[in-house]
Design a protein around this ligand. Structure first.
Ligand SMILES: *Cc1c(COP(=O)(O)O)cnc(C)c1O
Length: 420
């Protein structure tokens, strides 16, 4: 089945007289006839439900849908995109290990990798996304357990050369983890280009309506965890009566280990109701993504033609630094555009405050057009020197194009630019 169909039908097939829509199973627990039945569930926890800290039927239906959309063997939802990044790496790395990451990734992930992971004894080595394969390989150390990047980086809007990063990782027998939030599986399926693990903040396009914060980890099932670098996968897990993940679960070893060890211990599993809301967004994801891309390209061209704008970054624009990579990896460049307004911070703020339809909010990839001023909002604690190092121009505005009629979006932009 193709994406439009999977978005509607994957993960849940009702039987005779069963509900048409995935039911909300808002229950913490599940009952058993006998004590022996409960004991059997602990011996083989993947076969039935134990407790909603790590598995729930509503959430699992959505996990199955996302796994199918990405072409993976399994998925696990989390309470946020941050929790997905955290668990995706902790499932592979421990104190004394390191990870190599593209320097152009989401700010929250940079904080997680540079500061919190450091406290846990995991080092992060950042590389330029435009580095050569040799340079990426040179950054990988004997204790490096994974490589990490973002398909379309938030907010830099660089496009990851997934094959280059996958080759560098695989030459060193380690997996590539890709944050596919901005592209979604509708615009890019990173597993087709060699990625091993995909994560998402489902708070963005997947939900789309700004009604739930969530994340997901998807396992391609293709990485060979038995290559000698990952004893946690091949040796008995003391915390689970000596289970060997690769031996018992084969291709699904990574995602089952993440659930059985990490979700069991950290408990950042979404509520059934959140998964239900996420599913409503997923049902229309394929049709929405096409329209976001179409609207954004029109708005990006409008910005490009305006004499009030210094520069426009949108990988779907011919001549953009990442246009060729976008053509190779993406079916569309999503709805997010970065613009630098002439006249720096003052004019950027004037433009944003003059917008009437687009809302000023700390969000992106919503169904409604929204804007954010990184220098004055999310990155306001940085000095001017730090802003420059992070590639954030004081005049930079992140413009997230929604699904309003594009003529109305442009009319709003036009009147706001006229205020400058
Ligand atoms: C928002 C975002 C995250 C973090 O997700 P939350 O759901 O806000 O925790 C991670 N990666 C990218 C690319 C994002 O845009």
């Amino acid at each position: 089945m193709r994406d439009e169909t999977l978005c509607l039908h994957a993960g849940y097939t009702p039987g005779n007289t069963e509900p048409r829509v995935v039911p909300i199973v808002q229950s913490t627990t599940y009952t058993y006839d006998t004590t022996a039945d409960v004991a059997a569930v602990f011996d083989e926890p993947t076969q039935s439900l134990i407790y909603s800290r790590f598995a729930n039927p509503t959430v699992m239906a959505i996990e199955a849908k996302i796994a199918e959309l990405e072409g993976g063997v399994g998925a696990m939802c989390t309470t946020s995109g941050q929790a997905a990044s955290l668990l995706s790496i902790l499932n592979i790395c421990q104190a004394g290990d390191s990870i190599v990451a593209s320097a152009q990734i989401y700010g929250g992930t940079i904080n997680l990798l540079s500061y919190t992971f450091k406290k846990l004894g995991i080092e992060c080595i950042f590389v330029d996304p435009d580095a050569s394969e040799e340079e990426i390989c040179a950054a990988i150390k004997p204790n490096t357990k994974a490589v990490f990047g973002e398909t379309i980086a938030n907010p830099a809007l660089s496009v990851l050369d997934i094959e280059k990063f996958a080759n560098a990782a695989h030459k060193n027998n380690i997996p590539l983890i890709v944050d596919n939030t901005f592209a979604t599986p509708v615009l890019c399926k990173p597993f087709d280009f060699g990625a091993d693990i995909v994560i998402h903040s489902t708070s963005k396009y997947m939900d789309g309506h700004a009604v739930q914060v969530g994340g997901v980890i998807v396992d391609s099932g293709k990485f060979d965890w038995t290559n000698g670098k990952f004893p946690e996968f091949t040796e008995p897990d003391e915390s689970y009566h000596g289970i060997c993940y690769t031996e018992t679960y084969g291709k699904a070893a990574y995602i089952i280990k993440a659930r059985m060890q990490l979700m069991r211990d950290f408990g950042c599993y979404p509520a059934a109701h959140s998964a239900f809301l996420l599913n409503l967004g997923l049902e229309t994801l394929a049709v929405r993504m096409k329209q976001y891309c179409e609207n954004a390209l029109t708005v990006a061209k409008y910005f490009q033609a305006s004499d009030k704008i210094d520069s426009v970054s949108y990988p779907g624009l011919e001549g953009d630094k990442y246009y060729e990579l976008a053509k190779k990896y993406l079916k569309g460049a999503s709805g997010v555009i970065s613009i630098v307004i002439k006249g720096g911070k003052e004019n950027a703020i004037k433009f944003m405050d003059s917008l009437k339809l687009a809302s000023n909010e700390v969000h992106v990839a919503d169904i409604r057009t929204c804007v954010l001023h990184p220098a004055g909002e999310t990155h306001r604690q940085l000095t001017e020197e730090q802003l420059a190092a992070a590639g954030i121009n004081p005049g930079l505005v992140r413009f997230s194009v929604g699904l309003e009629n594009v003529e109305d979006i442009i009319a709003d932009v036009e009147q706001a630019l006229a205020q400058i």
